[in-house]
Design a protein around this ligand. Sequence first.
Ligand code: B4P
Length: 318
Amino acid sequence: MLPENLSDLISKKYSEAVENKHLSFTDSTTKKFKDAKTGMGYVVTYAPSLASKPERGDQPGRNPFADPEPELTVLDNVADGEYKLLLNKFPVVPEHTLLVTNEFKQQTSPLSPKDLMTAYNLLVKLDDEDENKRNMVIYNSGPSSGSSQDHKHLQILQLPQNFVTLQDKLCSGKDHFIPNFKTEPLQDDKVSFAHFVVPLPEEEDKVDEDLLAMSYISLVQRTLTFFQDWLNERPELADNKGYNVLLTKKWLCLVPRSSTKARSMEVGFNSTGYAGLILVKTQEAYDLIEQDPHRVDQALLECGFPNTAGKKSTEYNY
Ligand code: B4P
């Protein structure tokens, strides 16, 4: 059971950690853009100080989640002791938290029904319609997905206020369904990259472990099909099946990944990029996006796979 006052606990712990310098908040500026060709909205966060940040945190040889700092630990025992809830030590958005397994598990392992249910329960506790607060859980799995830590962790971060994601538009007015051999998951045919989306029931009490697990498995199956189909062209992907998981109370989305960083400009993505939240660390990349926001769509494709909307998973061929 998660405490009723979880949101207050996180806020209090976060303020203390900032005040006592246990956490380093990265200053940034944000601007909204719209890709006129695809209709996808982007919130671009420009954080130049991250360009000099080491890729694997402040102590690259150490697993930061094996023995996390008490000053960053919000809850020690979540879901019968399976997880800890920690503050992200290097956040760009305030109160960014991490759900970390207590026992070491690989970041390449699939999400379990309990991982999914606990993540959903966190969203239920932290979202607040009256305050216009909405959160997203992400899971960056595998090196090409943008993950930098190998110990299994999911991340929970607040979405920018009033931001409508690609997946929100896709699921608007759609009922929940489990994709099967007859029905494909939702995919927006206007963007260039592959992504698979399942709308979730509006009523929280209809969402349980089984529903989340079946939705997730149906999307993982399609995601892994990509790697099979690409093995001739990109044999190096055989041992590097990275993908992103994005979860809100409204939908679940998986994105197969081929690379962490784009070739056409200096930008890399984790899961957040595929909801339109773009973190850039150089002025050059920011300027390129400002000149032509559609460049983001190209960069997202370079780090993913081509869109397959309208095709059945048995028909993907390249
Ligand atoms: P990963 O899944 O491994 O990696 P990541 O979130 O993509 O962040 P990365 O570390 O690669 O940094 P990046 O420059 O891309 O998650 C590991 C997480 O553990 C990270 O969040 C890291 O900060 C955290 N961590 C490391 N050591 C820790 C410790 N000792 N205690 C607690 N937490 C620790 O991104 C920089 C930051 O911006 C990251 O926090 C990232 O999550 C965030 N970010 C990325 N894109 C964003 C976006 N579009 N909007 C808002 N924030 C964004």
